[in-house]
Design a protein. Structure first.
Lengths: 240, 253, 224
C-alpha cells in the first residue's frame, strides 16, 4: 500500500507564507478532496507535491523514503492544459510519451485519446479545440504514464456536463486501479460526493482533515472561512 | 520533523547587529583617507612620465578603478554561486551590493580612461583592448541590474541574477582574449603598441592606489550590505505583522 | 542515452511546430534580410567596402535576428504553461535546455542557409566556402546555447523579450569578434594559423558556455 506522507510542508515567498506546516497522508486508492478559499494555498500545495515548486521547509515521504516523489509516479492537471497549440493532440501525447520513456507510447496515446473521446479529432491542431476538449487532452496527458498519484487542480471548472461525467468516471477508474487522487474544487457538495476524505486549507494552514461523511457543505464553507464548523470534528494539521 | 533551510524562509531575524556600525564607519573613514593619500602620491610623489606628461597621473586612478570593477564582479559571481548552493539571502545581498559598488568604480574607470585618452591620443574613445573590455564589463553590470529590476519575486530575482553573473563572468576572459587578439592583428593605429616608461616609484604609486581603492570598495560594500539587511528586516517585520493580522480573528492562530 | 533522445524529441517538436507555422523562420529571415539592406544603405556599402564589411554585416544580421528566434522559442513554452509540462517529466532540466538550444540552433542554421547565398549576390563576396560554413555553425552553436539560457530568464521578467538583447549581447561579444574575424580571414585568404586561432576561441567559448548552461539551467526553470 503506497502512502504519501506530507510532513510540515511550508512555503514562503519572500516573507509571505503560502503554506504553513501542512501535514497529511495520501493512501493508494483514495480520493481526497482539497477545499479552501481563493489564496488559501491549494494550488501551491498541489504544485509542491507535483514537484514544480520547492518547499521552504517540510518533507514528503513516499513509502517511508524521504525526498521528492519520483515524477514518473505523479500526474498533474491544472487550469493550463500544458499542451502545444500548434501540434495535433496525437503529436502532443507522442512527445510526452517519449519524455516519460514509455514503451509502446504510441499505442498508449491512441488508447487514451479513444478513452477521452478525442480519437476522431486527434490529427487536428489543438488550437482548434474548445476548452472542454483541451481539458480532456490535458487529462489524457496526465494519465499517459500511469501515475500512482493524481493531482487535479480544479479539474471540473469550465467543463460541460458530458466532460464532467467523463472526468468523474476516469477518477473513479484510477482510484479503483490503486491510484491516490487529490483534487481541489470550489464546489463543496461535489467535493463531498466524489471523495472519501476532505482536507480544508485556510490561509496556508490545514484546518481540517476529516472523512467526507462527517461534514456538511455548510460546515466546510465555515471551515474555509477560518471559522470552526458547527457540526464537524476538527483535526487541525494532523502530525506536529 | 521539519527539513529544509529556515533561513531561506526568512523567518529567522538577522543575526548581525546592524543597529549601529562603528566598525563600518571607521572603515569608511580609513578608506577615504587612503584614497586621499594615494591621490596625493599620484599627484606629487610619482614622477612625471616621459612621453605623456602630467596627464598620465590619472592612470593610477584609472587602473585602480578598473581593477576594483573587475574584482567586484568576481565577488558578485562567487556570492551568486554561494546563493545557488546555500540559498541564504545574505549571499544575494552581497552580490547586489558588490555589483552596485563595482558599477560605480567601472564607470569611473571608463570616464578616467576617456579623460586620459583625449590629451594623449586626441580622441575621447578608442577601441583599445583595455578600454574596450572595461566598456563590455560596464554593459554587463548594467544588464545585471536591469535583469534584477525586471523581476518581482525575491527568490527568483536572486536566482536569475546569480545565474546571469556566472554566465557573464565566464565570458569576460573570453572577451578579453578576443579583443586583445583582434587588436594585435589589426592594431588601432592611434594607440598602436605604445607603452609607458615605468619606474619603481610609479609601481609604488600604483600599488598604493590599488590598495586604497580596494579598501574603499570594501567599506562601500559594507555600507550597502547594511542597507540591504535593514531592508530585509523591514520586509520580515512587515510579513510578521501581516500574519498576526491575518490570524487575529481565527481560532486556529 | 535517454537524455539525448529526450532532448532530440523536444527539438523535433520545435521543428514540427515550425513546419506547421513558419513563425520563427519567417520573422528571423525577414528581419535578417532587412538588416542587410539597412546596413547597406546606412553604411553605403558597395564594391570593396562591401566585401570588407560583409563578415560583420552577416554576423550582425545573425545575432540580431537570433534574438527574435530565441525569444519566440521560449515564449512558446509560456503559452498554456507548457514549460511546466516539461518540468513534470522525469528528466534533468538540462535536457529542456538541450532540446530548446538544439531547436534554436537548427532554425538559425536554416536562416543562415538562405542569408549566405543572398549575401554572396548582394555583396559580391565569396562566402560559400567550407571554412565559412564551419565558423557559422560553431558561432551559432555558442550563441544559441547561451541565448537559450538567457531567453529562458528574459521571458519571465516584466520586460519580457525586450530585455533579451540587453542581456545577451554583452555575453556574445567573444562570438561576434571571433566569428567575424575568422570569416574575414577566410574570405581575404589570410594565414590558416590566424583562422585556426579564432576557431579555437570559438570552440573554447562553445565548450565553456555549454558547461555553464548545463549546470545552471536547472536554477532558471526552478520555481520558488
Amino acid at each position: 500500500m503506497a502512502t504519501l506522507r506530507v510532513c510540515g510542508l511550508t512555503k514562503t515567498y519572500g516573507y509571505r507564507h503560502a503554506l504553513r506546516g501542512v501535514s497529511f497522508d495520501l493512501v493508494e486508492g483514495e480520493v481526497v478532496a482539497l477545499v479552501g478559499a481563493n489564496g488559501a494555498g491549494k494550488t501551491t500545495l498541489l504544485r509542491v507535491l507535483a514537484g514544480l515548486v520547492r518547499p521552504s521547509a517540510g518533507s514528503v515521504l513516499l513509502d517511508g523514503r524521504d525526498g521528492a516523489v519520483p515524477r514518473q509516479l505523479v500526474g498533474y492537471l491544472a487550469h493550463d492544459a500544458m499542451v502545444y497549440d500548434d501540434l495535433s493532440a496525437e503529436a502532443n501525447l507522442r512527445l510526452y510519451a517519449r519524455l516519460y520513456d514509455l514503451a509502446a507510447g504510441e499505442r498508449r496515446a491512441a488508447a487514451l485519446l479513444e478513452r477521452v473521446g478525442l480519437a476522431e479529432r486527434r490529427h487536428e491542431r489543438v488550437r482548434a479545440y474548445s476548452f472542454g476538449m483541451r481539458q480532456r487532452l490535458a487529462l489524457a496527458r496526465a494519465l499517459l504514464h500511469r501515475p500512482r498519484f493524481l493531482l487535479l487542480d480544479e479539474p471540473a471548472s469550465g467543463l460541460d456536463v458530458e466532460a464532467a461525467a467523463l472526468l468523474d468516471a476516469l477518477v473513479a477508474e484510477q482510484a479503483g486501479e490503486g491510484c491516490a487522487v487529490l483534487l481541489t474544487t470550489h464546489d463543496l457538495s461535489r467535493a463531498l460526493a466524489a471523495s472519501r476524505r476532505v482536507l480544508v486549507l485556510a490561509k496556508g494552514r490545514l484546518v481540517a482533515d476529516t472523512p467526507s461523511d462527517d461534514v456538511t457543505p455548510q460546515g466546510l464553507a465555515a471551515l474555509c472561512r477560518g471559522e470552526p464548523a458547527p457540526d464537524a470534528p476538527i483535526s487541525p494539521g494532523g502530525r506536529p | 520533523m521539519a527539513k529544509g533551510d529556515l533561513a531561506r524562509a526568512g523567518t529567522r531575524p538577522s543575526s548581525v547587529a546592524w543597529g549601529r556600525d562603528p566598525l563600518g564607519v571607521a572603515l569608511l573613514l580609513l578608506a577615504i583617507l587612503a584614497v586621499v593619500a594615494a591621490s596625493a602620491m599620484a599627484l606629487l610623489y610619482a614622477p612625471r612620465e616621459a612621453t605623456m606628461g602630467d596627464v598620465q597621473r590619472i592612470f593610477y586612478g584609472h587602473v585602480a578603478s578598473a581593477w576594483v570593477g573587475f574584482l567586484a564582479f568576481g565577488v558578485a559571481c562567487a556570492a551568486g554561486i554561494a546563493y545557488l548552493v546555500r540559498g541564504a539571502r545574505r549571499w544575494d545581498a552581497l552580490a547586489l551590493s558588490s555589483v552596485e559598488v563595482g558599477l560605480a568604480f567601472m564607470a569611473m574607470a571608463v570616464i578616467t580612461g576617456s579623460l586620459w585618452a583625449r590629451p594623449v591620443w586626441g580622441v575621447f574613445w578608442t577601441w583599445e583592448p583595455r578600454l574596450t573590455i572595461t566598456a563590455v564589463q560596464l554593459l554587463v553590470y548594467v544588464a545585471y541590474l536591469m535583469l534584477r529590476a525586471s523581476l518581482d519575486g525575491p527568490e527568483q530575482r536572486a536566482r536569475y541574477a546569480a545565474v546571469y553573473s556566472v554566465a557573464a563572468f565566464v565570458t569576460v576572459p573570453l572577451s578579453w582574449f578576443a579583443i586583445r587578439w583582434w587588436r594585435t592583428i589589426h592594431p588601432d593605429l592611434l594607440t598602436g603598441g605604445g607603452g609607458m616608461a615605468v619606474t619603481p616609484a610609479m609601481l609604488q604609486t600604483l600599488a598604493a592606489s590599488l590598495a586604497a581603492y580596494t579598501l574603499l570598495y570594501v567599506a562601500l560594500v559594507r555600507q550597502r550590505l547594511r542597507l540591504e539587511h535593514l531592508q530585509h528586516e523591514l520586509e520580515r517585520l512587515r510579513g510578521e505583522a501581516e500574519d498576526a493580522d491575518a490570524f487575529a480573528s481565527s481560532p486556529y492562530a | 542515452m535517454s537524455a539525448l533522445r529526450k532532448a532530440w524529441a523536444l527539438a523535433a517538436k520545435d521543428l514540427l511546430v515550425e513546419l506547421h507555422t513558419w513563425e520563427m523562420v519567417s520573422a528571423m529571415l525577414v528581419f535578417a534580410v532587412l538588416a542587410l539592406f539597412v546596413f547597406s544603405f546606412a553604411l553605403d556599402l558597395h564594391g570593396a567596402v562591401a566585401r570588407a564589411a560583409a563578415p560583420g554585416v552577416l554576423w550582425s544580421a545573425v545575432v540580431l535576428s537570433g534574438t527574435l528566434g530565441l525569444s519566440r522559442s521560449m515564449a512558446r513554452e509560456q503559452q498554456a504553461r507548457c514549460i511546466d509540462g516539461l518540468r513534470l517529466a522525469p528528466m534533468d532540466p538540462a535536457v529542456i535546455w538541450g532540446g530548446k538550444a538544439l531547436g534554436a540552433l537548427l532554425v538559425m542554421v536554416v536562416v543562415e542557409a538562405v542569408l549566405l547565398p543572398l549575401m554572396v549576390m548582394l555583396f559580391d563576396v565569396p562566402l560559400l566556402r567550407p571554412g565559412v560554413l564551419w565558423v557559422l555553425v560553431l558561432g551559432t552553436l555558442g550563441y544559441a546555447a547561451v541565448g537559450t539560457l538567457v531567453a529562458a530568464m528574459a521571458v519571465n521578467t516584466r520586460a519580457r523579450e525586450v530585455l533579451l538583447p540587453v542581456l545577451l549581447l554583452p555575453l556574445a561579444v567573444p562570438v561576434l569578434i571571433a566569428a567575424v574575424r575568422a570569416t574575414g580571414a577566410l574570405v581575404e585568404g589570410a594565414a590558416p594559423a590566424e583562422v585556426a586561432g579564432w576557431t579555437r576561441l570559438l570552440v573554447a567559448y562553445d565548450l565553456v558556455m555549454v558547461a555553464v548552461c548545463l549546470l545552471t539551467f536547472g536554477y532558471v526553470v526552478e520555481e520558488g
